[in-house]
Design a protein around this ligand. Sequence first.
Ligand SMILES: Nc1nc2c(ncn2[C@@H]2O[C@H](COP(=O)(O)OP(=O)(O)OP(=O)(O)O)[C@@H](O)[C@H]2O)c(=O)[nH]1
Ligand SMILES: [Mg+2]
Length: 399
Amino acid sequence: MKVIVVGLGQCGGRIADEFARMNKRAVSERRVLIITGAYAVNTDEADLTGLRTIRSDYQHRILLGGRKTGGHGVGKINELGAQIAREDTDKIVDAIRVTERIYETDAFLIVGSTAGGTGSGSLPIVVEIVKERYRGKPVYALGVLPFEHEEHAELRSVSNTATCLKSVYSVADAVFLADNQRYLRKDASLRYNMEEINKQIVSPFFNLLCAGEEKKRKYIGARVVDAGDIIQTLGGWTAIGFGTSGLSLFKVPFERKRDFRKKGTETHKGLQAMDEALSELSLDCRPRDAGSALYLLSAPSKEMNMDTIKEIGDYLKELAPDATIRSGDYPRERGEVNITLILSQLSDIDRVKEYYYKLTDSIPVVKKREEEVEAKLRVLEEAWAGVPVFSAKANHPPA
Ligand SMILES: Nc1nc2c(ncn2[C@@H]2O[C@H](COP(=O)(O)OP(=O)(O)OP(=O)(O)O)[C@@H](O)[C@H]2O)c(=O)[nH]1
Ligand SMILES: [Mg+2]
């Protein structure tokens, strides 16, 4: 599957940059092209400069709102992010239009954090614009949810997230959610290591996008997962995960909660990788709430057999009884069995509901705070009323 990735704001831009690196890896290691265009859009010039892989011309690193923001971002005001994206639509559309392989591209992925200003405000707008221009192609969003500490410290994070999620859900063909907080579970030091989190957000897409683009027979599975399967699966709220199980040593590192019936080692490894994919999903959700699911088993071809694929499918069916499940195999990896898992059309997500509740609760608090700030400013203004002001034009007498 070939995708155009557009990253919005700091977070979105860096993740798009990571996708661009992933594409380089696909080209050099596997001779397949998976990202036909990678773009970063921001109101902040320094953020654009800091990217490493996206081409550095103005049509790949697109600066919006020049005069309005002076190149310094919108400071979390997502209404302003949305407004600037609306006004500068042409810049984004013109850049995408000249993508060389646009006709071979299967879908768009528009990425941004939900809590910031630029990314969260422009995400729904850009999704809508791209959808209008490219009617035949699905447009997916990838929204990055804030850390818990950000939600506590800054009510704006909550209100930005709620408005972004609601707006983007109504326009995108599917919304992948990646929860920053989830990546801290294993390693709390990641709080300060965005690059590593971004790698973990992007890496599950690698096999998924490569599998359908392979040309050599030995890398083509018995049942290929191609763009059609992925497009059929994706809709609404979506989580993605990746799990792996080594081949060198057959040992279970710790006791699993779920007890597997005795199976051949291949199957066991497949199930173990599936278990890991489930626990490493980009979002905390319940498989039973999924309306569709897709899994891709990648392993050396001798490690795969139809039994394994079937067992994994049965296992997933037990966990996600209401989901239409699609699947495939990808004979690629050396030394490991791994699973890429998508749960889509999720009907109920606590994390999303939470934002709406929190937002409703926080509206009066935010309003009160804004009124307090205004009142303080008024007091300050009054206190300063008698102080003269120097200006280029004239020395004003005290008011
Ligand atoms: N995963 C990840 N999250 C990030 C990254 N950069 C920022 N964030 C998160 O994104 C949110 C802040 O949004 P930003 O993307 O920085 O904001 P922006 O879209 O540039 O908007 P403004 O700076 O307000 O104009 C916070 O929740 C951060 O934790 C990143 O590189 N990776
Ligand atoms: Mg920014």
